[in-house]
Design a protein around this ligand. Structure first.
Ligand code: FAD
Ligand code: NAI
Length: 466
């Protein structure tokens, strides 16, 4: 029987990062992964393939609509199979990279489904039925999440798809109906709209992107509508019926009322994700779950059973790769006697549409609900030199600072490259910085980040370029 300091079950962003950090700290580590490749949802069927298609489809749209105005005459023709190859190569590069990192850090890899027999004992069942039991001082559950199902809707990953199927459609659907105006719905809806689909998004709530700042969500809905995506808010899908090669989708107002039918070639179900713990034997091992099926952990990521820890999508908190990674590092450090910690107040959140949406910290809605007095500074990209010269002026930066102390409590950006710009806000907030600190920091010209500085100046009503 092999014996380890730590066994990590699942090699998504949470699991593999945890394993690498623990190995760096001198622990003898093994990982158990049932998928053929490492990297979990994120690298195989999530962040990486979706961003590859978002990038490629954005360039395709630019080639069709924007390059001409710059004096670049091209005639863009879509080769979808090749675009999918581009995406798959990106995935391969990333998953191979994780395999390399595990080897480099001398982490043993067991391919198969992990099952917890009890504290210190993990069974690995390989596909061919072989089983072996590994002995360990600590176990980290990093088994991630799975697609949330809509009752009565059968996802066949062909014409009724989850995000996984929507990342590999063999042809551009003429009409795509997306259920859920969350991150996946808007990102993958954008991909297929750019490639030629008519996209309708049906959302249960009366707004898109729940959880994000309300003003940001309203602005994004306007921008995406202008791009050609139709929204049916406060609506629910009550039936999907096969009709020829496509479907007839019945949609009703969320609060009840007259139903309508929408024809679609492909339906994308994107109504959230649920923690994945199947086959782990958690109840038998005495590991408690909450009412949403998430593994309950204490502030040291320990489950209800000493020696067994959990991180990432399988526990509470935002289902984001970087949150899972930071938890992986924290638990590895805790297990090595260090003070591992995750600051949940400063976890950036990005939607990779065009323009991108990026935020960190509190939204205006949250500050109002909590009764916290704040000052808001806002600066539009229409007044930013770089955005104007690039003709990418949609969006704004909004900074929310404590009315009394000026400490930055939230930053919200809609704009090209917002995903990169949010990092300076996160660093500022980690250091407890104020809007004044940001406003007095020299920003290179001409850059989009000058809009961040101007928004910080606007908190004190002294933006220069407005
Ligand atoms: P996962 O990545 O889900 O990994 C869990 C691993 O555990 C899997 O490989 C699974 O095979 C394995 N496993 C499960 N059970 C067992 C078992 N019993 N034995 C052995 N192995 C097991 N997040 C972002 O931050 N940015 C993005 O841009 C982004 N885009 C996304 C796009 C899509 C389409 C989707 C679906 C998700 C996206 N996410 C994004 C979310 C992100 O993928 C997850 O938050 C992240 O993968 C969670 O990491 P994890 O390590 O907790 O779990
Ligand atoms: P989501 O939670 O972002 O959005 C789901 C949407 O579906 C919500 O707006 C919800 O109100 C709506 N909804 C729920 N039930 C519905 C119903 N019956 N009918 C109509 N609408 C309904 O979930 P999504 O988009 O599936 O993504 C899952 C998770 O994956 C996200 O929470 C996010 O954490 C992660 N992700 C992150 C990305 C990023 O960071 N860029 C990209 C993609 C996914």
């Amino acid at each position: 029987m092999s014996s380890y300091d730590l066994i990590v079950i699942g090699t998504g962003p949470g699991g593999y990062v945890c394993a690498v950090r623990a190995s760096q700290l001198g622990q003898k580590v093994a990982v158990v992964e049932k998928r053929a490749t490492h990297g979990g949802t994120c690298l195989n069927v999530g962040c990486i393939p979706s961003k590859a298609l978002l990038h490629a489809s954005e360039l395709y749209e630019e080639a069709q609509n924007a390059l001409g105005a710059m004096g670049i005459a091209v005639s863009a023709k879509l080769d979808l199979a090749k675009m999918m190859d581009f995406k798959d190569e990106g995935v391969k590069g990333n998953v191979d990279g994780v395999a390399f990192l595990l080897r480099k850090n001398k982490i043993d890899h067991f391919h198969g489904a992990g099952r917890i027999l009890g504290p210190g004992k993990v069974e690995v069942a390989s596909r061919n039925g072989d089983k072996q039991v590994l002995d360990t001082k600590a176990v980290v559950i990093a088994t991630g999440s799975d697609v949330a199902q809509l009752p009565g809707v059968d996802i066949d990953e062909k014409t009724v798809v989850s995000s996984t199927g929507a990342l590999s459609l063999p042809k551009v659907p003429k009409r795509l109906l997306v259920i859920g105006a969350g991150v996946i719905g808007l990102e993958l809806g954008s991909v297929w709209r750019r490639l030629g689909s008519q996209v309708t998004v049906v959302e249960f709530l009366d707004r898109i992107l729940p959880g994000l700042d309300g003003e940001v969500a309203r602005q994004m809905q306007k921008i995406l509508t202008k791009q050609g995506i139709s929204f049916k808010l406060a609506s629910k899908v009550t039936g999907i019926e096969k009709a020829g090669t496509g479907h007839k989708v019945t949609v009703e107002p969320a609060q009840g009322g007259a139903a309508e039918t929408i024809a679609a070639d492909v339906v994308l179900v994107a109504i959230g994700r649920v923690p994945y713990t199947e086959g782990l034997r958690l109840p038998e091992a005495g590991i408690a779950l909450d009412n949403r099926g998430r593994v309950i952990v204490d502030k040291h990521f320990q489950t209800s059973v000493p020696g067994i820890y959990a991180i990432g999508d399988v526990i509470a908190g935002p289902m984001l790769a970087h949150k899972a990674e930071d938890e992986g590092v924290a638990v590895a450090e805790i297990l090595s006697g260090q003070a591992g910690h995750v600051n949940y107040d400063v976890i950036p959140n990005v939607v990779y549409t065009f323009p991108e949406v990026a935020s960190v910290g509190k939204s205006e809605d949250e500050l109002k609900a909590a009764g916290i007095a704040y000052r808001a500074g806002k600066f539009p990209f229409t007044a930013n030199g770089r955005a104007k010269s690039n003709r990418q002026t949609d969006g704004f930066v909004k900074i929310l600072a404590d009315a009394e102390t000026d400490r930055v409590l939230g930053v919200h950006i809609i704009g090209a490259n917002a995903s990169e710009m949010i990092a300076e806000a996160a660093v500022l907030m980690e250091f407890g910085g104020s809007a004044e600190d940001l406003a007095r920091t020299c920003h290179a010209h001409p850059t989009l980040t000058e809009a961040v500085k101007e928004a910080a100046l606007a908190v004190d009503k002294r933006a220069i370029h407005m």
